[in-house]
Design a protein around this ligand. Sequence first.
Ligand SMILES: [Zn+2]
Ligand SMILES: [Zn+2]
Length: 231
Amino acid sequence: MKVSPIVSASCLSCGVMIPCDEIFCADCAPYALALARPCPRCGGFIPRSNEDDGGCRFCRGRKFSFDATESPFIYAGAVAKAVTTMKYGPIYRTAVAMGRWLGDRVPDAMRIADRVVFPPMSRMALFLRGFNQAAVLADEVARRAGMFLDPHTIKKVKRTKQQAELSLEERKRNLSGAFALTRPVTGKRFLLIDDVATTLTTANEIATLLKNNGADKVFVLTFARKSLHFD
Ligand SMILES: [Zn+2]
Ligand SMILES: [Zn+2]
């Protein structure tokens, strides 16, 4: 007898019911593109011609403080729809489903982290938005992967502009000094979770702060990677 899967989740892109361990339905899944051959330095798309120099056109010459970064998906199609839904639609449910899925896929090398963290929002932004989707993602990732969630060590101390419309240089200036630590991090290993990485400015700002204060490792895992090449 064929046992039908338990239908208890909805497709993060179109909303139809799907088996509970999946995030996209059969129709949307082909439009959720995996990042198959990421750049070893920045985790982004790597143009063929630059394979040998240890970085892609985007990250060559840039200094990163984190030790590794990965994103399972390219920010496009069904994945972009899911991330938009998480920000403006059935927010909490989408973030939880996404976090669970990501939590089952934490790369082995990143599991040595002793704390799971996320980019914090300022109190005012949190009040206006209602919740921090990265915090929900990180919480689910930590639960699913059996890791420790640390929501207190990193604090947002400066109000910043929305990053979306800013250039790389403006993003750096916007985020400079935006975060602070509330306790010592010497020798600790961090896994930073976020929904989307674009220029990695936020991740790098937080990683730099942690490393400058003695953190041993900082890994960055995001659900999707948006490439500036394909904007
Ligand atoms: Zn669907
Ligand atoms: Zn790169």
